[in-house]
Design a protein around this ligand. Structure first.
Ligand code: GLC
Length: 461
């Protein structure tokens, strides 16, 4: 089967968050699958070098022209199709240096989507796999000629565009018209062959008024065509035995983890008080509930713990974190920004990972943490519920799940987590369960291939 996988992000080339990480892991696992030939199509934001390049000019309407593609091999990312459309080349996929969205994002990703559809025809692929709003207009341009699957990584971003866009859509206008505007995701949800979201729990949350962000009825309409497939993590990049950024260690010999912990303390400029280290590796946005963590920071002294935060995002939250550093210099540490190697050191050197999300389609950090023997403390939402089992509730627990989605729920779970890792025997059992579980993309990729097969079978009948 020839598959065109369309994404706006792909680590290590372009990665603003979970989408880039998930796309890298899934496409690598699909490429290893004997039944699939996968071509990943990505906007050519920064003219990345490719090998064995073939240049294709695409036939697109005037508003998206000129559109061309460089098809070739990339050392890290495999077979890539890099799309050039007007305005797509930018230092960052979505935002300017002040963090404001580029004013022409609907135009840029609309033209990208048009090019993806044209490329799907040109390469004569069997199926197109779309991801998030950036590719949501593709089904309107494919006009049902080629089957498609959409993965929703985050329903909060829907790809709203002004009503003039309707006239650019050759088919399915009714599906995309939403109030007085165009809603890309709303249209794609109604028109693709199958809708996938990144965990079973999130699949159930998004068909409710509470979790559906305005699209719950449209999602519910898809019935059994909406499924949850839990993300994996990219075990090429996230494996403490092979990770070049940390001292190597295994579930049976955690010496390297202790060394990483010492290196992390050193990095923070701290001496070891024997207190557990709570790490957060996160975007600083409302969704991630970092404000719950920051509220809890006032108890750090009493709890005898320390909090280490790595992340970038909203200025308000970054300012709050800086203020906390001033208040608790010996207990709270903050690095404003995204730093790949440092994030590996946090996952390896931490004792607990705190992830107090308000909603979480899947979440990758909790799985990365468990793979590194760092015990997750999470809120009871989305993919966190599919991956973290509360160790106070069940003997096979691997972490701690707050009983309520509010500050006291988070503080209580953090207390329980601290108790869990203070006792050596219990901590090692929790660590072993997290580290020996298979979090890789192998199983999820197999589930996607089954889904592709079922789409093709249904189309044929
Ligand atoms: C988004 C979601 C996150 C998910 C990731 C990859 O970033 O917020 O929960 O893990 O996409 O699918």
């Amino acid at each position: 089967m020839r598959l065109l996988f369309a994404t706006a992000e792909l680590r290590p080339l372009a990665s603003a968050g979970g989408l880039g990480e998930a796309a890298a892991g899934l496409t690598a696992a699909l490429a290893a699958h004997p039944e699939v030939q996968v071509i990943t199509v990505l906007p050519d934001y920064r003219r990345w070098p490719l090998e064995d390049v073939q240049q294709l000019d695409l036939d697109v309407p005037e508003w998206a022209a000129p559109a061309s593609v460089r098809l070739g091999h990339h050392a890290d990312a495999g077979l890539l199709a890099l799309v050039d459309v007007p305005g797509i080349e930018r230092p960052d996929p979505y935002v300017d240096t002040d963090g404001n969205g580029w004013g022409d994002n609907d135009q840029r990703f609309g033209a990208f989507s048009m090019a993806v559809a044209a490329l799907a025809h040109r390469l004569d692929v069997d199926l197109v796999h779309l991801n998030d709003w950036h590719t949501a207009l593709v089904p309107a341009f494919l006009a049902d000629a080629i089957p498609s699957v959409l993965t929703i990584h985050n329903l909060a971003h829907q790809g709203w565009a002004d009503p003039s866009w309707i006239h650019r859509l050759p088919t399915h206008r009714d599906a995309y018209e939403w109030g007085n505007a165009v809603n890309g995701l709303a249209g794609a949800i109604a028109t693709v062959d199958r809708v996938v979201t990144v965990s079973p729990h999130y699949a159930r949350e998004i068909v409710t008024a509470e979790g559906g962000m305005g699209l719950h009825l449209r999602l519910a309409d898809r019935g059994e065509d909406l499924v949850g497939i839990l993300n994996g993590i990219d075990t090429r990049a996230w494996n403490p035995e092979l990770d070049p950024h940390v001292p190597p260690y295994t579930p049976t010999d955690l010496t390297g983890k202790a060394t990483a912990r010492a290196a992390l303390l050193d990095h923070c400029g701290w001496t070891d008080l024997g207190d557990p280290l709570v790490v957060l590796v996160t975007r600083l946005v409302e969704q991630k509930g970092v404000d719950y963590a920051f509220e809890a920071a006032r108890f750090l002294d009493g709890m005898r713990t320390r909090m280490i935060v790595l992340g970038s995002g909203e200025r308000r939250l970054a300012d709050w974190a800086r203020w906390l550093v001033g208040e608790h210099p010996d207990r709270f540490w903050f690095h404003d920004g995204y730093d790949g190697p440092l994030s590996h050191l946090l996952f390896a050197g931490g004792d607990l990972l705190l992830m107090p999300s308000r909603f979480e389609p899947c979440g990758l950090a909790q799985m990365q943490a468990m793979a590194y023997g760092t015990v997750p403390v999470v809120t009871p939402v989305g993919g966190l519920l599919d991956t973290v089992i509360d160790a106070d509730a069940r003997p096979d627990g691997n972490g701690f799940v707050a009983s309520a989605l509010d500050e006291s729920g988070v503080v209580d779970a953090l207390h329980r987590g601290l108790r869990g890792v203070r006792h050596g025997g219990r901590r090692r059992a929790l660590q072993r369960r997290g580290m020996t579980h298979d979090w890789s993309w192998t199983e999820p990729a197999a589930r996607y291939v089954e889904l592709y097969d079922s789409v093709l079978a249904r189309r044929q009948s």
